[in-house]
Design a protein around this ligand. Structure first.
Ligand SMILES: C[S@@+](CC[C@H](N)C(=O)[O-])C[C@H]1O[C@@H](n2cnc3c(N)ncnc32)[C@H](O)[C@@H]1O
Length: 304
């Protein structure tokens, strides 16, 4: 019996999805391997989540470092999304869907476990939110916060009807949320804001990108990335906060989480080097300078 044109179309669509699933499995392995991540749960999440489902229809603008510009993908074939590339969400503002290999490393450092509550700040349109949701599973939940109104609407639409996913429009440095096991911040701050430290459960992990004012956009002075931004992993242990440098970073600024005093302290700390020796975050500004990598007016990142 000759298949109907509808059957042929269905079969083709199914075949393309199967093909993409294979591409995604290879992509997941490669994204983890770039920075030496070996967590099989992170790999499974990257293999499962469809990037095109969150970014909307293509062609998509891909940022190419060699050209220092966005280049549209040749077509709307989602296969082009499965590479280690920034994809422009609002290219004219330099606002991108972040680099998969960096997120693979940061998500592995955050260790989102089944059943946990993750708060994602600066969620954009939700690709990495979906990866976090995959990792906490149906017994866990994710609260995703996005500042930009248009993106927050797209974020809400992308997760409509998903019971364990709450999306909020607003300033993630101000909005109060339920206590969290993981707070995953995806925009450049100059300091850890109080609500994040207050709302971190005992044993909880905060992924905190700290950027100087040179941490995003043009870089005419050619300052190396290591002196512009750093992501720290902060772990709460009772009333103490353990801190560990994870990576250098250049990232879009976080509204509401930047202040001049902390920026000065951060720029001085980057100038001096030694971020890998940081072990603790303190919520006070009276520590001796020799104990600190960064000594801001009311907080510090210290060696002991
Ligand atoms: C580098 S983009 C990352 C977007 C998303 N995580 C991704 O990779 O697709 C940073 C995002 O943080 C958002 N943002 C900046 N400040 C924020 C704040 N205070 N609260 C919530 N979102 C914020 C920006 O609007 C932007 O969408």
């Amino acid at each position: 019996m000759t298949p109907t044109s509808e059957q042929v179309a269905l079969h083709t669509a199914w075949f393309l999805q199967e093909e993409l699933a294979i591409v995604r499995r290879a992509y997941a392995k490669q994204m983890l391997s770039v920075l030496g991540v070996t967590d099989p749960r992170v790999e499974a999440a990257f293999a499962a989540v469809r990037r095109e489902a969150y970014l909307g229809p293509g062609p998509w603008p891909i940022w190419y470092l060699q050209r220092r510009d966005y280049v549209p993908t040749p077509s709307d074939d989602p296969v082009y999304l499965y590479q280690d590339a920034l994809v422009g969400i609002i290219p004219e503002r330099g606002l991108n869907n972040g680099q998969p290999s960096l997120h693979a490393m940061l998500i592995a450092a955050a260790v989102p476990r089944p059943g946990e509550h993750v708060v994602h700040i600066g969620a954009g349109v939700g690709y990495y939110t979906a990866i976090l949701a995959h990792m906490v599973g149906e017994s866990g939940r994710v609260t995703a916060i996005e500042f930009d109104g248009g993106l927050a609407e797209r974020l809400a639409a992308n997760f409509a009807g998903q019971p364990n996913l709450r999306t909020l429009k607003g300033d993630g440095a101000q909005i109060e949320f339920d206590p969290a096991d993981v707070i995953y911040v995806n925009a450049g701050t100059t300091r850890p804001v109080d609500v994040w430290l207050d709302r971190l459960n005992d044993g909880g992990r905060l992924i905190l990108p700290l950027t100087s004012d040179k941490g995003f956009g043009e870089n005419p002075e050619n300052i190396p990335i290591q002196r512009r931004g750093a992501v720290f992993g902060i772990k709460r242990r009772g009333n103490e906060f353990l801190a560990k440098w994870i990576s250098a970073v250049a990232i879009f600024p976080c509204e509401g989480a930047r202040d001049a005093g902390s920026e000065r302290a951060l720029a001085a700390a980057f100038e001096k080097g030694g971020w890998e020796q940081v072990t603790r975050l303190y919520r006070r500004g009276d520590l001796p300078d020799e104990q600190c990598w960064l000594n801001a007016p009311d907080w510090a990142l210290a060696y002991a």
